[in-house]
Design a protein around this ligand. Structure first.
Ligand code: CUA
Length: 303
């Protein structure tokens, strides 16, 4: 039932692949209804007809036709139709955009190439231009996760030690919800992210904004040791175990599950495990208030 929300529904397609899947679903559903009706009708007819010894032969024919021949032919046709929708796995046209995504416990590391060829890293959101052919290169450093944006197309596992390729072509601008669909630990259900499809003319501005280094006073952030895990390009470049926070304030969510508001950030920073049990990030509620507030202010400025 969670799949019924349009932003997370495979039946509200906003991409080429998802449109195929939705069409296949409706045609399969219609085929199933027809087969059910014919088989059930044949069974009822046969039971009623067998009460009269003279009509045994016609009952047998109805069972054979309605119960065997018709379902076999119809299922065969549905199978043939389904096979025509299989994606083409051969070497196709080069993509317009390659996005590397690593599924981590319990967040998504996203990286792509900037306007000058530099690597840009972000977390728990992917921004895509409508109409572009996008190749997702999927990996995992820990356990198997599965990357799925239902309105855009099929899902694919992220597997430690290998790269999986998923090609999608989003067509309708909008905000969609991506999810992890392979059980990966205590916070599997909270391993969500946002997929934002923007009109193609808005995409270069997004790339340029993400490529710029961060501005701000990182002293409290560094003093508390946050830099050991989080990178803020231009200000703190030691650690990369956790999400890159370079343009944290421009993201719509915290950790993919909370709206990016000052109150939510305060709660998250104090105790991440309250929202994501078993999260690797420790709580910072023990910090002196002035330092805690300084870190909040710094993160809030990372536009
Ligand atoms: Cu990651 Cu489930």
């Amino acid at each position: 039932m969670t799949g019924c929300v349009p932003g997370q529904s495979a039946l509200h397609p906003a991409g080429e692949d998802a449109a195929d899947v939705a069409q296949l679903f409706w045609i399969m559903a219609a085929g199933a209804v027809v087969i059910w009706a014919v088989v059930f009708g044949a069974a009822v007819y046969a039971v009623l007809a067998r009460r009269k010894p003279t009509s045994e032969r016609s009952a047998d024919l109805v069972v054979l036709g309605g119960g065997v021949v018709f379902p076999t032919v119809t299922l065969g046709l549905l199978l043939a139709y389904g096979l025509t929708l299989l994606p083409d796995w051969g070497p196709g046209e080069p993509p317009d955009l390659r996005v590397h995504v690593a599924g981590e416990q319990y967040w998504w590391r996203v990286s792509f190439e900037g306007p000058d060829g530099e690597r840009i890293e972000t977390a728990n959101e992917v921004v895509l231009p409508a109409g572009a052919v996008v190749d997702f290169v999927l990996t995992s450093p820990d356990v198997i996760h599965s990357f799925w944006i239902p309105p855009l197309g099929g899902k694919m596992d992220t597997i430690p030690g290998r790269e999986n390729l998923l090609r999608l072509r989003p067509t309708v601008p909008g905000v969609y919800r991506g999810i992890c669909t392979e059980f990966c630990g205590a916070s599997h259900a909270f391993m969500a992210f946002e997929a934002r499809v923007v009109p193609p003319e808005e995409f270069p501005a997004y790339l340029a904004a993400q490529a710029a280094p961060a501005q701000g006073d990182a002293s409290a952030f560094l003093a508390a040791g946050c830099g050991g895990c989080h990178r803020v390009r231009g200000l703190a470049e030691m650690g990369s175990t956790g999400p890159d926070l370079t343009h944290f304030a421009s993201r719509t969510s915290i950790a993919g599950i909370l709206d990016n508001t000052p109150d939510n950030l305060r709660d998250w920073l104090a105790d991440p495990a309250r929202f994501k049990p078993d999260a690797r990030m420790p709580g910072y509620h023990m910090l002196p208030e002035a330092e805690f507030e300084a870190i909040l202010a710094f993160l809030g400025e990372l536009e």
